[in-house]
Structure formats: C-alpha cells, structure tokens
Design a protein around this ligand. Structure first.
Ligand SMILES: Cc1cc2nc3c(=O)[nH]c(=O)nc-3n(C[C@H](O)[C@H](O)[C@H](O)COP(=O)(O)OP(=O)(O)OC[C@H]3O[C@@H](n4cnc5c(N)ncnc54)[C@H](O)[C@@H]3O)c2cc1C
Length: 298
C-alpha cells in the first residue's frame, strides 16, 4: 500500500484537472466568497463555527500578494456583512513574507486594521520551518497592537516549547501536529513522540492561561486533550476543537454531541489546486480514490 501511495503521489501532476477538482470538492468550499459563506452557514446549522482561509499558494510577486490581501479584506467584510460565525486564518507567505518581510508586515497590518474595526479575530497559520521565526516575530510585533490575533505552534518542531515560553502568557494558540516534511534535526519523526509533544504543549498553553484551538483528527489526541481539560477543570470558554473541512465528519459529530465548541477550517478560492493535492498526499485513503478515479478517467 505504501508503494502504491507513493506512486499515486508521484503521478498527481498527471491526473487530469477535472478529476482533481472532483476529489477536492469535499476539502474546499468552492472558488468564490459566496461558496465560502454558504459552507459556513451549513456548518453553523450543524452546530459548528468556522475559520475561512483564502487559498493563495506560490505567491511570487508583489501584485499577487496585494491581491491576496484584498481578497482577505473582502472576506473579512463578507463575514461582517453576512453575519456568519467565522474568523479568518492567514498565511504570511501568501501576503509576501518571502518577497519582502517589511512589505508583508504592511499587508498584514492593513488586514488587521480592517479586522479590528469589524471585531473579527485573525489567526496566523504556521508554514514550513523556513518561516517559523519570521512568523513568530511578526505576530509578536503586531499582537501588541491588535490583541484579537492568535498564532499556531507545531508539535513536531523541537523548538516549539521554547517558542511557547518566549511568547507572552495568555497568547491565543492553535496547536497542531505540523503538516510539512521537516528533517529529524529539527522535528520529531515518531508518531508517539509527536503526540506526547502535542499534549505537553497543550498543557503548558492552558496552564499559562491561554485560549487554545486544539486542531487534530487523531482520536488519541482528541481523547488525550479532553483528559487534560478535565484534569485542569477548564470551562468551555477556554478552548475549542478544530478540524479541516471534509475530514472525518463522524468525529466532528461526536465532538459536537459532547457539547464542545468546534471550529472547521474552510479553505476557498480559485487557487485550490496546491491545497487539495497536499490533502491527497497526506491521506492514503484519498490517494486510493485518486488512483481509482484516474483509472476511470483514462
Ligand atoms: C484546523 C486545522 C488547522 C491547521 N493548521 C495548520 C497550520 O497552520 N500549520 C500546519 O503545519 N498544520 C496545520 N494543520 C495540519 C496539522 O498539522 C496536521 O497535519 C493534520 O491535522 C493531520 O494531523 P492529525 O492531528 O489530524 O492526525 P493524523 O494522525 O494525521 O490524522 C488522524 C486521522 O484523520 C484523518 N485525516 C487527517 N488528515 C486528513 C486529511 N488531510 N484528509 C483526510 N483525512 C485526514 C485520517 O483518517 C487520519 O488517520 C491544521 C489542522 C487543522 C485541523
């Protein structure tokens, strides 16, 4: 199966676009803001809330980054206008981090001004390890001026505990395992070691008074996190669970049935290709679907 998965992943660029689009449909809300608003409304009807992500990978020019900033601004305005239960997640590379950090800062600052005016929380997603220090520094800087912001720490990075200790107590966090391939010198590779790190960081965050978005579909971690919350006797206004759109709806229903707050990460936008192929690469079952769909389309 492992070999088959690797073959499927390697051949993804050969898969016809309409096939990828069909398979991607469950992971992304659609291409437009109207699609995103519709998806958030459906999640609200289920009892969940959302965080919107304007897909914008591989930004290489200032023009693309400015366009991404404008789309994020329109998203904030739509959240307020349509009164949907959502905040916004942003990726600094799509706002120009790799082009020029000062230019990126201006884009993020402009966005945060709109978000502050509209009363909407903004989360800084965490990207690969080449962005960690810059993301934390920009967050540290702007969070002083815009307190309704939060950051993500990745449990697989060895540095995350030190980063946590370097950020102000009470910082609003999302804790995740980490999605990028990182070398063993800087990242734990073993599944159980990552799980232990996740729960250790979660405990430190909560003990430090932070509000935490616990973002995982791993039942061992969901159960482990609920145990930590119970031990610390935390009320439900101190945390939320978070999942990606289209992943494990059964677990989503279980969490909601238990009365926890649940936020679903809702990506949308015309740049859906990179995001969806990353989802396929992560999940063997999806890789299997891709393989079968590819055969059918030949
Ligand atoms: C709300 C949210 C925000 C995130 N933000 C970031 C971020 O800013 N930076 C970052 O590096 N990572 C982010 N991630 C991704 C995270 O780091 C993990 O890569 C991802 O959640 C998979 O790990 P897991 O804890 O769900 O456990 P896993 O053990 O990987 O997954 C448990 C089970 O969930 C299912 N599953 C998991 N992922 C998928 C998928 N993509 N498609 C289909 N089924 C799946 C599978 O059945 C799997 O067996 C985010 C995840 C979530 C839920």
């Amino acid at each position: 199966m492992e070999l088959l998965n690797r073959l499927v992943v390697a051949s993804l660029p050969l898969v016809p676009m309409p096939v990828v689009r069909r398979l991607a449909a469950r992971y992304i809300a659609g291409e437009t803001l109207a699609d995103a608003v519709r998806t958030v409304r459906a999640l609200t009807a289920e009892g969940a809330c959302a965080t919107l992500d304007v897909l914008g990978e591989d930004v290489t020019t200032r023009g693309q980054a400015s366009s991404q900033r404008d789309q994020c601004t329109q998203t904030l305005e739509a959240i307020a206008r349509e009164k949907v239960d959502s905040n916004l997640s942003i990726k600094l590379t799509s706002l120009g981090l790799k082009i020029d950090p000062a230019f990126c800062r201006e884009n993020v600052r402009a966005l945060l001004e709109v978000a502050a005016r509209l009363g909407i929380f903004v989360r800084f997603d965490m990207e690969d390890s080449s962005c960690t220090t810059a993301t934390i520094e920009l967050f540290r800087d702007l969070n002083r001026e815009f307190p309704r912001t939060g950051i993500v720490l990745q449990a697989y990075l060895r540095r995350s505990e030190a980063d946590l200790r370097s950020l102000p107590p009470g910082t609003n966090y999302r804790i995740v395992k980490g999605i990028y391939r990182e070398p063993p010198e800087i990242a734990f590779q073993d599944r159980e070691e990552i799980q232990r790190s996740f729960l250790r960081l979660l405990r430190l965050m909560l003990e430090g008074g932070s509000y935490v978005g616990i973002a995982t579909h791993d039942e061992v971690l969901v159960d482990g996190a609920l145990k930590v919350l119970e031990e610390l006797r935390l009320t439900r206004d101190r945390y939320e669970l978070q999942m990606l759109l289209g992943v494990l709806s059964e677990l989503r229903r279980r969490i909601l049935a238990q009365g926890h707050k649940l936020r679903v990460y809702v990506p949308f936008g015309p740049n859906w290709y990179g995001y969806s192929t990353r989802r396929f690469k992560e999940n063997p079952t999806v890789a299997g679907y891709v393989f079968r769909a590819m055969l059918r389309s030949m």
